[in-house]
Design a protein. Structure first.
Length: 234
């Protein structure tokens, strides 16, 4: 059989396709992507009607009562999925088991919700305190931000903000305690006058962390701060 025959070429192409196919990271099925179609479709996506400021589900796409009563320092939040199974397990695996294979999945989910007409000037990932960074070995928000920056072309500022206060975990703290816990936790020396900044994180619960960093960025001259998060706790 000639190496140029259609049968030979077709067999070679099929072999290459099988070699390049992956296994879905959730169910293990053969897939062309990190997640197979059924697993991707079954993720706990947020409802379409959300508060444009904090991304909480609302009856209409209008600012929720909490954001109207006490407007946060950030103007808009992009979020994709709720922090529920299997997304919570995926993020937990990334943060505490260093499963970096989750980074492109989470980053690409976020990219699907970002409107090119609202692209900011810079992306700023929520920073980790040096002690927490040494313990974990990497900043999951920064890893997600790297891919988002690369695929959108938006400049990344990985070190413009620092976490100067090694706060206790926000998990489990009530809203008022979260605000106190994160107060004055960040520092930023860069002049951001007139810039639109997107602050990126993996999960948003009450928005206290995002709000504290947004407040600092506004003090440094940012004209607008948006929140970009993969998952929103409901």
């Amino acid at each position: 059989m000639s190496i140029y025959s259609p049968i030979f070429l077709n067999n070679r192409l099929n072999l290459i396709r099988r070699f390049l196919r992956k296994n879905c990271l959730l169910c293990g099925a053969s897939s062309d992507d990190d997640l197979c179609g059924p697993c991707l479709d079954s993720l706990p996506y947020l409802p379409p009607s959300r508060c444009p400021v904090c991304a909480s589900p609302v009856a209409e796409n209008l600012a929720c009562g909490a954001c109207l009563a006490d407007p946060p320092a950030f103007a808009h939040t992009v979020a994709v999925v709720s922090y529920a199974f299997p997304v919570d397990a995926m993020i937990h695996s990334l943060k505490y088991r260093a499963s970096l294979a989750m980074v492109p999945i989470l980053a690409d989910l976020l990219i699907t919700q970002i409107d090119p007409l609202t692209f900011p000037d810079f992306i700023v990932p929520i920073p980790l305190h040096p002690a927490r960074l040494r313990e974990r070995g990497f900043n999951q928000a920064l890893e997600i931000a790297r891919r988002v920056s690369k695929k959108t072309g938006i400049a990344l500022l990985p070190n413009v903000c620092k976490r100067v206060k090694n706060t206790a975990s926000q998990t489990g703290l009530p809203w008022k305690e979260r605000q106190k816990n994160i107060r004055s936790a960040f520092a930023c020396e860069m002049d951001l006058t007139g810039k639109h900044i997107a602050v990126l994180d993996d999960v948003m619960t009450t928005g206290a962390t995002l709000n504290e960093l947004a407040r600092l960025l506004r003090k440094r001259g940012a004209v607008e701060v948006s929140g970009w998060v993969v998952a929103r706790t409901l």
